[in-house]
Design a protein around this ligand. Structure first.
Ligand SMILES: Nc1nc2c(c(=O)[nH]1)N[C@H]1C(S)=C(S)[C@@H](COP(=O)(O)OP(=O)(O)OC[C@H]3O[C@@H](n4cnc5c(N)ncnc54)[C@H](O)[C@@H]3O)O[C@H]1N2
Ligand code: MOO
Length: 414
């Protein structure tokens, strides 16, 4: 059957997309190793089973001391403490420190019993068996305390997060080997047209090379989806049916070409035999003849053959629909620049470029309080980076700043 009826009724893009998304369900979930989580959508909340760090540990190289022993120490008034040994990193310290003693310690090592602060190496002088303390420390100074990064019982990640390298780091630090994520859609790509030749074949007469298929496969890879090229279907109903049947073994299908009103534009009719056409014809340029169907719950995208229209149709409809299959809507993309009003002052040292981790939410930018280099959770509590350049002394509360997103900002469907 040839339609040759034109697009008198064209639907708005957002309405067409809304109706399509309502008809798509999430795929099933699977357990994936912490080594392979990049870009996967979390299907469960993750709760910390224990405190991170699990023990008080040194945050600087230097000497573990009782802070009270150092009170009043200065360069002009050094306080002498007796060197009582050293703590090896990764080992439970054997020394018990009493008043008047200091123990050599490295960043990350467990604080020995009896100590409550670390004097940085730069603020000491070794003198035989004695350590001269040149600067006093307050209790817990240069100590990373139990649960400072993550507290036991805390919900560290919520379902619907698109996982990033820092998340894998935090998940591993909690001793979790694998997590439940949505399966990634596997998408079949068919390009239609009698004029198409596959790259590698000779180009004869009025033929052109099939550029849409590699383009769409790469666009799928760009977002981490699996692409399966089913090659070219000639403008023949039977051939289209066969290819579509094969495509339906996967989770979704993208077909380009044959969506318009010409005598050879068979795609909507053939797809319509298999399932429900949700829309066909949208008020968008280029891409007016774009359509989508749902067949056995699987989306089938009918993109125009014109390459630029095909790619725009793909980004506009296929990307949101494929993320819908992983139960999320993306509100803002990773690495995008966003504006927001700063909710706290951010000081920065002149001459140093400060990478301040912040939370960007509803047009507001919140500085993340704990952001030392050892605190990986700061990269999870934050979703954006505010760079203070070398020549700036920071930003004031209330200033409008521009941040770079460190993760996709998402919303869950179910
Ligand atoms: N009378 C009308 N004619 C057309 C209309 C219309 O409303 N009324 N719409 C136009 C618009 S807008 C577009 S877009 C195109 C889309 O047509 P189709 O989706 O049917 O695409 P084809 O006719 O198959 O091809 C269009 C164009 O793209 C080239 N093509 C196709 N496949 C590939 C491929 N895999 N790689 C590279 N290039 C490809 C094809 O050779 C054509 O040049 O229709 C207008 N016509
Ligand atoms: O609407 Mo078509 O502009 O050429 O895709």
């Amino acid at each position: 059957m040839v339609r040759e009826k034109g697009f008198w009724k064209r639907e708005r893009v957002d309405e067409a997309l809304y109706r399509l998304l309502k008809k798509i369900k999430a795929l099933e979930t699977e357990d994936v190793s912490v080594y392979n989580l990049q870009g996967r959508v979390l299907a469960e909340d993750i709760v910390a089973g224990f405190d991170v760090p699990k023990f008080n540990r040194a945050a600087m190289d230097g000497y573990a001391v009782k802070a009270e022993d150092t009170f009043g120490a200065s360069v002009s008034n050094p306080i002498m403490l007796q060197l009582a040994g050293s703590v090896e990193i990764g080992e439970v310290p054997k020394v018990v420190v009493e008043s008047g003693m200091a123990v050599r310690i490295m960043t990350g090592a467990m604080m020995p019993e009896g100590t409550n602060a670390v004097v940085m190496l730069e603020h000491t002088r070794l003198n035989g068996n004695f350590v001269e303390v040149l600067k006093s420390v307050t209790p817990m100074k240069n100590v990373s305390r139990v649960g400072e990064d993550i507290a036991a019982g805390e919900v560290v990640f919520r379902k619907g997060e698109i996982l990033q390298p820092q998340d894998a780091g935090v998940i591993a630090s909690l001793g979790i080997e694998s997590v439940r994520v949505y399966r990634k859609p596997r998408v079949a790509v068919i390009t239609t047209g009698n004029e198409l030749a596959e790259v590698g074949e000779p180009l004869e007469g009025a033929k052109i090379y099939n550029s849409n298929n590699p383009m769409i496969c790469n666009a799928l890879l760009e977002f981490g989806f699996e692409a399966i090229s089913l090659g070219i279907a000639r403008d023949d109903e039977e051939e289209l049916r066969n290819k579509l049947q094969k495509a339906l073994e996967f989770d979704a299908a993208v077909i380009t070409g044959g969506t318009s009103v010409g005598a050879k534009d068979l795609v909507p009719d053939v797809v319509g035999e298999f399932g429900e056409i949700v829309f066909h014809g949208v008020s968008m340029k280029p891409g007016m003849p774009t359509g989508a169907a749902v067949v056995e719950g699987k989306p089938v995208f009918m993109l125009p053959g014109s390459p630029a229209a095909a790619l725009l149709g793909f980004y506009t409809f296929a990307i949101p629909a494929l993320y819908r299959m992983m139960n999320v809507r993306i509100i803002a993309r990773k690495w995008s620049r966003q504006k927001g009003v700063l909710q706290g002052r951010i000081p920065s040292e002149i001459g140093v470029r400060s990478n301040v981790r912040v939370l960007w939410e509803d047009g507001k930018v919140y500085p993340i309080r704990i952001s030392g280099s050892g605190i990986l959770s700061s990269f999870v509590r934050a979703n954006a980076l505010l760079v203070v350049p070398e020549d700036k002394e920071g930003y004031e509360e209330g200033e409008e700043v521009e941040v770079t997103l460190l993760r996709d900002v998402t919303e869950v469907f179910e």
